[in-house]
Design a binder for this molecule. Sequence first.
Ligand SMILES: [Zn+2]
Length: 323
Amino acid sequence: MSELTATTELGGLPTFLALDTVSVLDGTRRGASVQIDETYLDGQRTAIETIDAESRFERRLRSVDRTREIYDEVDIDIASFTEENLWDASRRYRELLQRLPETQYLKRAFPETCFVVPEWIRSPSEVTYGPRVYFFREDDAPDPESIIEANIEAVLEDTREAFDRYRGRLHGYPDCCLERFSSADRESDLGPEEASVEPIADYIDDDRLAAGPDPTVSITEIVSGLFETPDAYAFFVREFFPEPGCETARRRGIEVYETLSEVVSETLVQDHFRMNAGWNYVLARSLREVDPGRPAPGLLGREHLFSYLPLSVTSSLPRYREE
Ligand SMILES: [Zn+2]
């Protein structure tokens, strides 16, 4: 893929997703995905409001808001968690998700296979749900029903780990890290997420993070010196938690880094890796808190906001114009 085809073929996708899907189209990874949740929708809105002084993106904003409205109204009621009820709820919910303006937007913006599926997450106290949009090459896309089936099976058998591994493989994460992650002893002091970000913790400025989102701060002030460690490359996608020091994860990441550097400016590639590392760091740390969650839009600096804008817009920002 050349620079021109990346920005024309994937230019409409939010930048972080466009970059994630370059390695899918190139065959480095099988698939990519994003959850359409509050963090995602807030990110779209905040990013557009920050840069769009001339209201060029008004239609886009309306579509994000409409998605939010529908998303907030959804209330799936399942009488009891039987296979039949879960399938029934999945079908009804999926129909609705396919009509979300954001789902349709992403589908139009991706040249190969893109679909949405409901995702059920079982925790000890409840089952929560939300939409996840997947991106695959046409010739290597699984059937959406098979993803739902694996998910339902995990809910019924209460085996979240098996579904995590299945989903990790769909995304082309190294098997060794997936095995290690799902067999980790969660009772120990350091959970697998925290252990995963240990090797990069020294490169992240906790004081800056504690100060909250500030669009005048650059990600390089929050995540600095990251590429001094080869571990940086293991963070090739957000929410994949590499096993500390894993050579396979680093190699996969270097492949992704090189593929991306051929199609967009290297500064953008580096910011993408900084973002992934910072994102995982914040998420891992938050797991100790009462209300764990993903980093608020802009928490990782202004480039964090840029990552929500379409690639065609981001790649033309002064910071990313070919150096
Ligand atoms: Zn590994």
